[in-house]
Design a protein around this ligand. Structure first.
Ligand SMILES: Cc1cc2nc3c(=O)[nH]c(=O)nc-3n(C[C@H](O)[C@H](O)[C@H](O)COP(=O)(O)OP(=O)(O)OC[C@H]3O[C@@H](n4cnc5c(N)ncnc54)[C@H](O)[C@@H]3O)c2cc1C
Length: 698
């Protein structure tokens, strides 16, 4: 008999974000200013748990909803009780507030332990079922970190479950396809990426849910080890609005104007190439290497920067070159000139900071390599490019942690891409990716050499592995970063910190984050944002073999079936037409995508390839090899036409380096319209034939 502990979270309704929703000082969200709703993926986790209970024909299995939050979070528990939960637990305590993922996963794991002890009578036949991520955090880190704290196997990105020969088998998303897996032993954590059969509440169930007693626990009840802001391993430095999209987001009235635009701009070469490199940003220089020792232009925040500028200017005006010579009299003089900008305590901190030259962290800059069937994932090369830049600034070397079986041939490529040292962990048991085995060996390797920075790709695999590894090593982790900079916080006595910037709240804001109380600064980085270096075959590097003892007991999952794309597709072309779930069926995909590709190919005199969203692939409209996106292929053509595609982040990541993006979608509020250059609101069945006709007429 399995039981199900379903984690549900009350999240702000991010569709209703207002300008005053943030505390500018702390960078945190003022939740009371936004309506609270249940996190959508958690409703899917509830539905999947209910389905699992049903298909295993197990009426005695309990579904227990667990949430951590303020008293108002009770609403999501009543929601859960009204749908399928048998019991509900609310973990509420002021001390738990302001937590990052470590200080969220830790108390939740301790609450799970208490549920198992007090409610399940130590029965270990249970699943912790969670939504893959919450819309406010968007990190997907909490479930794997709960698994790590509880030493449980974790299956991420589950889309379905089947009950076969007395056990559950789960279908999950993996890079390039999908996989059916089962856990070797229970309990286990599973995270739900998509389960499309919602639960509805009946009138009687809602009445019952409103009357049911909710079990309330405080921080003291669970005795967690990391709670609130104090127990967190990362700190938000500031939040700010995302930069305006460089996309034009212009609506076109009809297919004729689109046809004209396509032919004119493509032929005149106005379709910008997707491979533009980033604008040059000044590279960080360690304080001891700066031409002017008072130069503190790399401070973390604008205010810190301005204060140091004023201080250095005032010191120069007063003719003071030696900081050790500054006595109380000079401090008074400094405050007389600049006291309106900073008070005495801040001046003391800055004077101390001005004497700092050594970085706060030591060690190399590392990338954890991802690879499949002997091929290195493109995200690894992008990260090595970034790691090279960071390491050069920090005057250290780039290391790559390469775990797997028969990996040595890849080492040469990694060195050519910019790495200095390759740390190889070789074992037959690592020939397929098992999260528990990989986290053991990668954490062991990092914990032996302690690099100062560790970067993982924010791929399906990286977003699973990184939270486990960082939690195991007691380090902070920032998810899905889009930029990294080295910055000082001289006033707090810390030099050369990794400032990790990421989109949050569904891309509505950007957050700049720093690691705290950790030996190493860790982050996952969004694929296709950073640029790889051109390979340099003449580069040399070292190979270091790191041995970790592994046995069959370290393997947590049994892989039942893997489905990967096969066939040949050439995405290295100038134009790609993709179809999404909005194509409705395979015939439409064939007819509409096919006719537009043929016609464009002739009119633009170029090769045009067919692409697809993951949803279209899963509906069987086209083979997996055509999938574009985070778990498909990242592309960078001059022209991309998206037909019936909504614009989910995992799809858009894959087309970030595209020149011109054109979207056709029947929903006037489709998210893709805010991320493309030109769009038409309308049905693909109507617009595509009109577009083909208009192109042929030109
Ligand atoms: C770990 C993970 C990895 C993922 N990797 C990828 C990936 O690599 N690539 C990817 O694409 N997705 C990926 N996804 C899935 C992604 O989150 C979305 O579910 C998917 O991109 C949605 O595809 P879609 O836009 O075709 O479908 P939907 O989101 O269902 O959108 C269909 C769109 O079609 C429109 N439409 C409907 N009918 C018509 C019509 N007649 N004419 C015009 N428009 C119409 C609708 O308005 C809607 O906007 C991943 C998800 C996870 C969790």
């Amino acid at each position: 008999m399995s039981n199900y502990i379903v984690l549900v979270k009350q999240v702000p309704d991010v569709t209703q974000i207002t300008d005053n929703a943030f505390d500018i000082e702390t960078g945190t969200l003022i939740r009371s200013r936004l309506a609270g709703v249940i996190n959508e993926l958690d409703t899917q986790a509830l539905a999947l748990a209910n389905y699992m209970k049903k298909i295993s024909a197990d009426p005695d299995g309990k579904i227990i909803a667990l949430t951590m939050g303020p008293q108002t979070a009770e609403e999501v528990l009543r929601y859960s009780l009204g749908r399928c939960a048998d019991m509900a637990v609310l973990l509420t305590d002021k001390a738990l507030g302001g937590a990052d993922t470590v200080a969220t996963a830790n108390p939740l794991a301790f609450a799970v332990r208490r549920i198992v002890k007090k409610i399940l009578n130590e029965d270990s036949d249970y699943y912790v079922v969670c939504g893959m991520q919450s819309v406010d955090g968007d990190t997907a880190q909490v479930p794997p970190q709960i698994a790590e704290e509880l030493s449980l196997p974790c299956i991420a990105y589950v889309t379905n479950a089947e009950f076969k020969t007395g056990r559950f088998e789960f279908t999950r998303i993996i890079s390039g396809g999908s996989q059916v897996v089962a856990v070797k032993k229970l309990p286990a954590v599973i995270t739900v990426a998509k389960y499309e059969y919602p639960l509805f509440a009946t009138f009687a169930a809602t009445r019952w849910a409103n009357k049911m007693e909710i079990i309330c626990w405080s921080g003291d009840d669970i005795k967690a080890t990391h709670i609130g802001a104090k127990g967190s391993k990362t700190r938000v430095i500031r939040v700010f609005p995302p930069g305006k999209s460089t996309r034009k987001c212009k609506q076109l009235g009809d297919a004729k104007s689109l046809a004209k635009l396509l032919v004119d701009s493509f032929k005149s070469g106005n379709s910008r190439s997707g491979k533009d490199s980033n604008a040059q940003i000044p590279r960080y220089v360690l304080p001891g290497r700066r031409a002017d020792r008072f130069d503190r232009s790399f401070e973390r925040t604008k205010k810190e920067n301005e204060d140091f500028e004023i201080l250095s200017r005032t010191l120069k005006e007063l003719g003071i070159g030696e900081i050790s010579r500054i006595d109380e009299y000079i401090k008074k003089k400094l405050l007389a000139v600049a006291g309106e900008h900073f008070h005495k305590g801040a001046l003391e901190d800055m004077l101390n900071g001005l004497q700092l030259t050594g970085p706060s962290f030591a060690g190399e800059v590392w990338v954890v390599a991802e690879h499949d069937s002997g091929a290195v994932h493109p995200a690894t090369f992008e990260l090595i490019g970034k790691a090279r830049e960071l390491a050069d600034s920090l005057e250290t070397e780039v290391g790559v942690c390469l775990a797997g079986h028969n990996t040595e041939p890849m080492a040469r490529e990694l060195i050519a891409a910019g790495a200095d040292n390759i740390y190889i962990i070789e074992d037959k048991l690592l020939s397929v990716f098992d999260p528990a085995a990989y986290r053991k060996v990668v954490a062991d390797c990092i914990g032996t050499y302690w690099p100062q920075i560790v970067l993982f790709g924010a791929t399906a695999r990286g977003r699973m592995l990184a939270p486990m590894v960082s939690y195991r090593l007691g380090c902070g982790l920032t998810a899905d970063c889009t930029s990294f900079d080295i910055r000082d916080s001289s006033r707090t006595g810390r030099i050369a910190l990794l400032l990790q910037t990421r989109p949050a709240l569904g891309g509505n804001v950007m957050a700049a984050i720093c690691t705290k109380d950790s030996k190493s600064q860790m982050a996952t980085a969004r694929p296709a944002v950073m640029k790889p270096l051109p390979p340099d075959e003449s580069r040399t590097g070292k190979i270091i073999k790191h041995k970790v003892r592994l046995s069959d007991n370290d393997i947590s999952l049994e892989i039942v079936k893997t489905e990967l794309g096969t066939g040949v597709v050439n995405f290295n072309v100038e134009a790609i037409v993709s179809g999404g779930k909005g194509m409705q069926n395979r015939d439409n995909y064939e007819r509409l995508v096919g006719s537009l590709c043929d016609c464009l190919g002739k009119k633009l005199d170029t090769q045009v390839e067919r692409g697809a969203s993951r949803a279209a692939v899963e509906q069987g409209f086209v083979e997996r090899i055509h999938q574009v996106g985070q778990t498909g292929t990242s592309i960078g053509p001059k022209l991309y036409i998206a037909l019936g595609i909504s614009g989910a982040i995992q799809h858009m990541i894959g087309i970030a380096n595209t020149g011109t993006i054109i979207a056709i979608n029947s929903d006037p509020n489709a998210p893709i319209f805010k991320q493309c250059d030109y769009y038409i609101v309308g049905s693909v069945e109507d617009i595509v034939p009109q577009l083909v006709q208009a192109l042929e007429a030109r």
